[in-house]
Design a protein around this ligand. Structure first.
Ligand code: 13P
Ligand code: SF4
Length: 396
């Protein structure tokens, strides 16, 4: 197996599985929408960067490229703005002059961008297979069923839906219809304070779809207890809960999680502390509760970057988030000791779907006036989803 010096430096052992996740093989049963009509440039084409630069230059101010921090380095080099999902939603809304928004991120982010942009703007996702397994853990039908269960239990009144950005537009629309809000990992605390506060006056929150972000924010930041939280399992009748449990809960956490952040364990934290004395453990709030309680700092991708950028030379960090970002931080700060919290590879396979061939294909299609992979949200969904997104953007 080939070695990768950056991976070695941040303490990661590559595995054959990681290579499969990075596109060396295909799983036709689980992939969707991966066909690219027309010619997808070859991955080995040495002119990919040149072609992307030429297409961007030809498009000028008509194109605006957004890049999430989990994107690959070669792709992120072409982003006009990089950010966490909150910043990217703000940026998408702030560029009415750009005809085409090329979203280097995942499907739910591109959907949100389409909802927040004007009708004359087109949002393009270079690879339609760039989904999010967490977002797929809550379908619109399941969420409607959960609301029916709450109605039957006499618990719907006083319940405010708070939905993580990592969800489909249909679930954001459900949230808007029930006067809730969207949140991201950088404003989840403010979203919960708003939901429980005098302005909204909620007695309980239905938190979708990431149980860990919901639990970490409720317990770690609002001071609620584990007993205030229940987990609603959409695959079980009544979510696996009694009507009294639904009524008594302050936080009804959807049983969803991120498969990437779910890999970090408390053992990883203990092991790295033993290995690197004085290390600061810095994790994303999609990690499990026991990982977050064992860490020193917790926050969104934008927060993680800020902490590392502002730390003095010689600082040591073990970072629990997606590997592209950790590698980038390690390369940017050779004067700091940055290791990945896990000992094995943990890329987000769907974020990695956006690669140079797909970016070049998407940009060159725009130059030819034949846009590909446009993401559009139906107006009846977009109206209420926008209400929930606007509520998030208006959070204090
Ligand atoms: P951020 O909002 O921190 O960018 O995270 C998005 C995401 O998908 C994390 O898994
Ligand atoms: Fe989804 Fe997790 Fe990937 Fe983020 S890191 S896009 S939550 S699968």
């Amino acid at each position: 197996m080939t070695t990768n010096p950056t991976l070695e430096r941040i303490g990661v052992t590559p595995s054959p599985l990681a290579l499969l996740l990075l596109g060396q093989g295909a799983d036709p049963d689980s992939e969707r929408g991966v066909d690219c009509p027309g010619a997808l440039p070859a991955a080995a084409d040495p002119r990919l960067a040149e072609r992307a630069a030429a297409a961007k230059e030809a498009l000028g101010g008509k194109v605006f490229v957004l890049g999430h921090h989990y994107q690959r380095d070669d792709v992120i080099a072409f982003a006009d703005v990089t950010g966490d999902s909150f910043k990217l939603a703000q940026q998408a809304a702030a560029r009415p002059e750009a005809e085409h928004i090329v979203f280097c991120g995942v499907h739910f982010m591109a959907e949100s961008a389409d909802i927040l942009t004007a009708p004359h703007q087109q949002v393009i996702l270079p690879d339609l297979a760039a989904g999010c397994s967490m977002a797929d853990m809550a379908t619109a039908e399941q969420v409607e069923q959960a609301w029916d269960d709450l109605l039957d239990a006499g618990a719907a009144e006083g319940t405010v839906p708070v939905t993580y950005m990592n969800s489909s537009a249909a679930i954001k629309a459900f949230t808007g219809r029930h006067d809730g809000t969207v949140c991201t990992s950088s404003n989840a605390r403010r979203a919960l304070e708003w939901a429980f506060g005098p302005e909204r006056g909620g007695r309980r929150v239905l938190f979708l779809p990431d149980q860990h972000l919901g639990r970490n924010t409720a317990i770690g930041e609002l001071g609620l207890t584990a007993a205030d939280c229940v987990v609603y399992d959409p695959r079980r009748p009544n979510g696996g809960l009694t009507p009294a449990q639904l009524r008594d809960a302050k936080m009804i956490l959807w049983r969803g999680h991120c498969s990437v952040h779910g890999r970090f364990t408390r053992e990883c934290v203990d092991e790295v502390r033993a290995r690197i004395p004085g290390v600061t453990v810095l994790v994303h709030p999609e990690c499990k509760r026991e990982v977050v309680t064992g860490a020193d700092l917790v926050g969104s991708t934008e927060y993680i970057i800020k902490v590392v950028d502002e730390a003095p030379a010689g600082s040591s960090f073990a970072i629990g988030t997606e590997l592209n970002l950790v590698q980038r931080l390690a390369n940017r700060h050779p004067d700091k000791n940055i290791v990945f919290l896990d000992r094995t590879v943990c890329f987000c396979s769907t974020m990695n779907r956006i690669d140079m061939p797909h970016l070049v294909w998407a940009l060159e299609s725009l130059v030819r006036g034949e846009p590909v992979n446009r993401i559009t949200v139906a107006p009846e969904v977009a109206t209420y989803a926008r209400k929930a997104l606007d509520q998030m953007l208006a959070l204090p």
